[in-house]
Ligand binder design. Structure first.
Ligand code: PLP
Length: 411
């Protein structure tokens, strides 16, 4: 494993050959979803052409091959996140589905009237709305910990908020807007002292930094395959085995049971009891290949590369657009992932995004499924550039130059 060379990595991504409005595509929308390398595309084609069948349902050769490949994918993911056992890895649709599974499978049965669920103001809606619903159903209270003005979490307030009444703390490991990387261990320690569980939204962190669920010591971790080179429709819920054992499956049906009587059911063992219905077999095959691709690069290299791109962007913004661009989130790249949300002062973010698109640059604009955070920041929306392994300093430079040219033309 040498140093990540984005120019070499780019060769593996067919979509990067696309021209957008006559210009080479600059893909800066990786926090929304990433492009796919040909290795992942080929693994999917190979599966369809040579092994495709349903899983766990047949004695025939193809079904056994498909089942083995599906389970190998689970093993690969388990190793990637440092899980104790592959049975702690549940395949879901995406991070949203994973969080809903915990909300309805654990939260619904363990949160009672007067209890509290603690989240933060920087959460994606996927990590607030399920908890809002559980709080409403169970007459519990939903509490939001604030951020500081520098875009970091207000830990003092958050830790104070966690009390004997807290049942669940749901927190993102990396903000999809601010890029802030949260110190989960401090939160876990306090939550466990009062007997609460910690649900970590890893949608932005798992694809971009090394994950070790045992070191993290949280209780559940949710993430999506499509944000880490894999196809859409495959996600992961990791949970500590003892908690998964006491959690109830919220999606019920075929494949998740051992025995069904007219009025009762015995569920399958972990993890299959949470995977009712035909799962996204092809997605799991793609996810395995994606994880292997990332393993070859090394997650520390992924992180190093993105830190470099973030430092470079912040430097260029400061040197060349200091009074023209406002950046949100921490300025220290050691606590910030490869996400830079900003506004060009005086210009609507959608206009900026549209103008960038006319130069081939794909960014996301708007509130990024984090309305309460944007209210807290006092802005209607932001432009978000989010990086991955195939992005280069030249592309960052290009974006900054395009903004400069745009301003020249508009002013
Ligand atoms: C922090 C965070 N959590 C959750 C999600 C939801 O991911 P998905 O749409 O794949 O379920 C996202 C997606 O943008 C995210 O950024």
């Amino acid at each position: 494993m040498g140093r990540l060379d984005p120019h070499q990595v780019r060769e593996d991504f067919p979509l990067l050959r696309r021209k957008i409005r006559g210009r080479p595509l600059v893909y800066f929308d990786n926090a929304a979803t990433t492009l796919k390398p040909r290795q992942v595309i080929e693994a999917i084609v190979d599966f369809y052409e040579n092994h495709y069948s349903n899983v766990f349902r047949g004695v025939h050769t193809l079904s056994q091959e498909a089942t083995d490949m599906y389970e190998e994918a689970r093993e690969t993911v388990a190793k990637f996140i440092g899980a104790k056992d592959a049975k702690e890895v549940i395949f879901t649709l995406n991070a949203t589905d994973s969080i809903n599974a915990v909300a309805y499978g654990w939260g619904f049965y363990n949160v009672n009237e007067g209890d509290e669920i603690v989240v933060t103001i920087m959460e994606h809606h996927s990590n607030t709305l399920p908890w809002m619903r559980i709080a409403e159903l169970k007459k519990a209270k939903l509490l939001y910990a604030d951020i500081k003005d520098d875009g970091t979490l207000n830990y003092d307030q958050l830790l104070d908020m966690i009390s004997e009444r807290t049942r669940i703390v749901a927190i993102t490991q990396m903000s999809n807007v601010l890029g802030t990387i949260n110190d989960i261990s401090a939160v876990v320690k306090r939550a466990h002292e009062v007997g609460a569980i910690v649900v970590v939204d890893g949608a932005q962190s798992v694809p971009h930094m090394k994950t070790d669920v045992r070191a993290l010591d949280a209780d559940f971790l949710a993430f999506s395959g499509h944000k880490m080179l894999a196809p859409t429709g495959i996600g992961v819920l990791w949970g500590k085995a003892e908690l998964l054992e006491e959690m109830r499956p919220f999606r019920l049906g075929g494949g998740a049971i051992k025995e069904v009587e007219l009025y009762s059911v015995t569920y399958e063992d972990l993890p299959l009891r949470f995977e009712a219905g035909t799962p996204n077999i092809v997605g799991a095959i793609g996810l395995k290949e994606a994880v292997e691709y990332l393993n070859k690069i090394g997650m520390d290299e992924v992180r190093r590369h993105e830190m470099e791109l973030v430092s470079f962007t912040l430097k260029l913004f400061k040197e060349e657009l200091a009074d023209k661009v406002e950046v949100y989130g921490p300025l220290d790249p050691s606590i910030r992932g490869g996400i830079i949300s900003y506004n060009v002062k005086g210009y609507d973010p959608h206009l900026v995004g549209t103008l960038l698109d006319s130069f081939g640059i794909a960014v996301r604009t708007g509130k990024h499924c984090a309305h309460p955070l944007h209210k807290r920041l006092g802005v209607e929306g932001t432009v978000r550039a989010s990086y991955y392994i195939y992005n280069t300093k030249e592309e960052v430079e290009y974006m900054v130059n395009v903004i400069k040219e745009m301003l020249k033309a508009l002013e």
